[in-house]
Each structure stands twice: as structure tokens, then as C-alpha cells.
Design a protein around this ligand. Sequence first.
Ligand code: AHR
Length: 625
Amino acid sequence: MNNKIAIGLMSFAAALSAQAPAVLDIQVGQVAGKVSPTLYGIMTEEINYSYDGGLYAEMVRNRTFHEGWDQPAHWYLMQYGNSHASMSLDKTGPSAGRQFSLKLSVEHASPAEQAGVSNEGYWGAPVRANTTYKGSFYAKADSPGPVSMSIISDDTGKPVASATSDALTTEWRQYNLTLHTGDIKTSAANHIVLTVAHPENVWFDMVSLFPPTYKNRVNGNRIDLMEKLSAMKPAFLRFPGGNYLEGDHIKDRYEWKKTIGPLVDRPTHPSPWRYHSSDGMGLLEFLNWCEDLNMRPVLAVYAGYSLAQEHVAPGPDLEPYVQDALEEIEYVTGDASTKWGAVRAQNGHPDPFALDYVEVGNEDEFDRSKSYDGRFAQYYDAIKKKYPRLQLIATTPVTSRKPDVIDDHYYKRADQFFDFTQHYDKADRNGPKIFVGEWATREGTPTPDFGAALSDAAWMTAMERNSDLIVMAGYAPLLVNVNPGGMQWDTDLIGYDALTSYGSPSYYAQVMFSNHLGTDIVASSLEGGGPRLFQSVTRGGGALYLKVVNASSAPQPVEIKLTGADHVKSTGRLISLTALSTGATNTLREPTKIVPVNGSIRGVSTDFHHTFPSYSISVIELDTK
Ligand code: AHR
């Protein structure tokens, strides 16, 4: 046997033999602190086609014709038979907010040989059997006649659903259509077509097609993605960013007032993630999303800094921005007797939304002008004066005021996170609370692999142990469209294409943790065992929750002592997430390769043994009533 083979076999054997035993001592009666009930939530922004081409269920891409130079991107001319037409961008629109429309000039067309335009959707147009789709568009024409909207199969060239509007007039008007599919095959290989049957000039804008949405919301969200988010039991939603809040330039910031009201009045805006945002996911849609998943909004307000090192100096220049933030808070929380509460009511939501946290800016440590201390103070004073109850989050430490919360962001490799799990154990408990507003182990693309999930879970045990200090935490980015060109940032929690979606192993680790949160942090200590063994213990409602992460390639025997427990049921629940290698992962093709497995653990007593498999994330629920 040569040396290399011998060494290889030895390390393989080492991988199979167990780690040195560990002792997990749980002081059942000793509460080390309160678990933050809002610990697990979600952070989102328009990145990786998270909303457009993602959660926001719109099927038409570039519906407002803002993308493209002389020709609208994602739109194609359709000349069936001997019809003859051309298309161009035109600077006219149905509202003051609309700068562009698509002009279709038809020289020759007939009912049998129609002419029109087609839209490729967001990497296809997903359709399912026996389903109703809501189509709409704004249009005007110089000669009256109807428009047909169809979903056409890429494979057959035939419509799978179709509907025809009333005759157009010379004035802009919205047309609404209902398209039904029959007994068709589920497929995203379709395109959306608008056609006319006679020579004319037609202008289109705000062309839209929606499938059924979560809770049947008009202008709502994709059902599969909302269900995945719901399973995470998120306590909060941090929005609208992230870099998306700031924009590359001040003029490109997230201007909430331009994202409310009728879609046709929303001007849309460029996002820093290299594509144009439709702003269909506007401020009220974010709030409705909170309502649908029972989350509290964590509202990030623009604070006078944009990514290209542009800032607004504190003082009079910043004042309009501060006022804008106050008005935004009023839009969210004011009743209908207030100016902006009335606007929200008019937009369709008379009841105010509950709001506890406002974040002032995003990652302002990157502002090289060092103006954040002054900017934060100005926002702090104005917001606290009008809304003293609100908790204000600073995006980086400041000295001008004492923020209620500091937002810390961590993007790390697995090895770095394993070494970082003690970070908050000895942190000052008298300073601001901590919001880990963005965190992720960046290994695996487009979504985290199992090695990342192990490190994410290890980090979550650390956050739980310190959740008297860490009030909230949100993985980022949350969503990614896995089609070519869909991703701007790799390692994202949930992946999807037009039709289906999947949760990464890290997603499932979060589902396991957030569904077994508990209310009290229980004192525990771990002795012995391998260097990649992590634990957190909480309790609530008579249950004791043990979370153990064994990130080693060897099984880990653990003696578990329930010191101070009078009684424990001999059978507990065991939920485990395991994989054979750190590179193993879920994909669109194998969406459930790695999922939590529910089982039970027997022979539980106040001093018992359990071996945690190699590469495993375990939640044990014990009944200590
Ligand atoms: O999550 C991706 C980006 O990372 C966020 O937009 C930004 O806040 C951070 O730098």
C-alpha cells in the first residue's frame, strides 16, 4: 500500500469513528434570559428578481416599457400570416407618471392574419390547468377595434388561454380580461401575446397578467413562495432594503410616495441591482405582505446616503428627507384622520398597521463622508418627538444619540462563522439591543449547500443563546430566481424559476429553529466533544428545546444531563436535518433531497445518552411538565 492510499484510508476511518464524547449539562431551572419573540424574521429587497420575476406574481416583464433603448426589452413583434406591422417606443402614456408606451403600427392585418406584440415573461409564462388569469392593459387606438390577449404555448404555437377586449377608443383607458386555461399541461414554456385584426395604430401601457395569488390579493404574491415564507413563521419583515433603499444615486433611492396608489401612476425606478423595478411591490404591498404572514414591519427609511458616495448634509438640506420619513411613518401607522393615514385608507387599507421599529438608512458605515452621526441624530430627534414609542435602529454605531438598536450584518464562510459563535456571549447588555439585519454563510450557489446550513445553524444557536440581546435576525438575501441572469448575489435562501421553488438546506434549518423557539433561554454548558459542536437550549409551554449542531464528519456521542428537572417524559420528539456531505444541496430538480425528518427519541431521563449523526442539525423537544 503506498503512503497516499494509507493516509487516505486512515482519514476515512477517522471520519467514521465517533468524536470524543461530550457532556451537555442543562440547568433546567436556571433561566439565563428571555428569548426574543421576534428573533426570526425576514429581510428582503429587490435583488435577484426577488419581487419582479419572483414573489410579486406579475407575469408580464417590462410591462411599462422602461427597459430597452429604441426597442422595448422582452417584447417582440408578431406578424401572423401576411400581416404587416412595426413597433416602437413612444413618449406618451395614460397618466402623468407614465413616460413611455409601446406603439404598434399595423399596415395590414385581418381576423385570420393578426398582428401584434408578444412578451416573453420572466423566463417564461407559467400556466396551470383549469386556472383563471387576470389580464389587463391600458390602450388607445386611432381606429376602433378590439385587442386579443392570449397565452401561447412555445411548443405548439397555439393558445392555451385567450380573451378579447371591447373596442378601443382614441382615449387611454384600462381594459380588463379574464383568461381561463383548460385541461392543459403545467408549463412555463409560453409567451403572452396582444393582437389586433385590422390596420391601425395602437398604443399599449401597463400590460399585466396575474395568476391566482396568495389569499387572492389583487396585485398579490406567488402562492408557493408565500407558503414557504409562512412555514418560516417570520416575526418581522425588514424592507425595502438593503441597497435597494439607498439606490446608486440619491435620485434613484426608494421613494415610497412613488410606490403607492394605482399602478398606472407609479413611475417605476432603477434599482441598484442592475435592473428596473416595476414598483408593483410598493409600500402598501409590503404592509399587506406583513398582514398576510402575521409579521411586524421593520420599516427602513431613506436617510440621506446613496451607494455612489452621495450624501445629504445634516441640517436644512436633510430636513425634507426627515419630513418624508415622518410622513411615511404616518402612512403606515396613522388613522384615517391623519393626512397620510387618509391616503392609505384611500389606497385600500383603512386600518393602521402596527409598527415598533424604524431603521434609519442602511449600512451607513460605507458613507465615507462620515455624515451618519449627524444624519442619525436629526432623524432620531424628529421621529422620537412625534413617535416616542418607536424603537430606532442605527445601521452602524453612533455617538450623537443612543440608538435603541444597532443593525449588525455578517456574511461569512462556514469556518469563519464556526469561530464567531461566541461573539455575543460576553457582549455588553447595557448598550443598544442588536438586530442582525443581514446574515448568511456564503457557500453554495445559487442557494446554500449543506455545509452552509451547518454553519447557519451553528450561528443560530449562538443567536438564540444571546437572544436577550439580539432582538431580531434576518438571513439575506432571501430569494433568487435561478434562471441565467436572475442572480446578482449568490447564496440565497430560497430558489425558484417561473413555475416552481425550493428551500435550501439553510431554509429548512431556519424552519426547524423558528418553529421551536421557546420563551426562556435555559443555562447550558457543553464540555468535550469535537470542535464543531454547537448547542442552544430554550424552553416554553412545558417543553424543553435542545438544538444541537454536529458539523463534523464523525458522529458525536453526548451525555445529556437535565440538572434540576423533577420529571421528564421518556420519549421526546426529534427533528433532524442531515446530509452525507457538506456539498450536498437542494435544487429545482431535487427540491426535497435534504428536508427535516420527524422522529422520536426514546430512553430520555434526567441523564441520558444520544449520538448526533455526522453532519446533522437536530432539534429535540422534551416534555418536562
Ligand atoms: O444582501 C445583499 C446586500 O448586502 C444588501 O443590499 C446590503 O445591505 C448588503 O451589503
